[in-house]
Design a protein around this ligand. Structure first.
Ligand code: IDP
Length: 157
């Protein structure tokens, strides 16, 4: 794998889907130069929600979080690129949209801590990206292809 093959898990949350922001999120990530390698429009069941948010099971907001993430369809995706996990987090902005910088996805589209439009793997949690990708996708659902603009995104391509 070359240095720009890092993969990260990204999800447009139920509020983002209902507010017709799925296309906007995809557009921002693809225009940045990140490459979409898997996508699944789906409804998360309680079991998957509890696994995905397992690290928060002792938090007071855990039940609300599971209820929210299972409340409507989501767009689950895998994106690939140089430093992809951290770069997506930078584009998402702070967890609380009220504090997220303008220009970030949460800073531009959210006002409420629990309904914050997008999820992306935590780059500070080693291996979180791989774990989350595995939870939502089979290996054969990840598509390996070259994007036509790659030589214009990466100088060494
Ligand atoms: P992240 O999504 O920016 O990685 P986490 O701390 O992993 O943030 O929290 C997961 C999700 O749980 C957040 O995106 C947000 O929707 C929700 N959340 C986090 N903290 C709170 C809280 O204090 N109250 C209610 N919901 C919260």
């Amino acid at each position: 794998m070359s240095h720009h093959d890092e993969r990260t898990f990204v999800m447009v949350k139920p509020d983002g889907v209902q507010r017709n922001l799925t296309g906007e999120v995809i557009t921002r990530l693809e225009e940045r130069g990140l490459k979409l390698v898997a996508a699944k429009f789906m409804q998360i069941d309680e079991d998957l929600a509890q696994q995905h948010y397992g690290e928060h099971e002792d938090k007071p907001f855990f039940d609300d979080l599971v209820e929210f993430i299972t409340s409507g369809p989501v767009m689950a995706m895998v994106w690939e690129g140089a430093d992809a996990t951290r770069q997506v987090r930078r584009m998402m902005g702070a967890t609380d949209p009220a504090e997220a910088a303008p220009g970030t996805i949460r800073g531009d589209y959210g006002l409420d801590l629990s309904q914050n439009v997008i999820h992306g793997s935590d780059h500070e949690d080693e291996g979180a990206n791989e774990r989350e990708i595995e939870l939502f996708f089979d290996e054969d659902e990840l598509v390996d292809y070259a994007r036509a603009d790659e030589p214009w995104v990466y100088e060494d391509e």
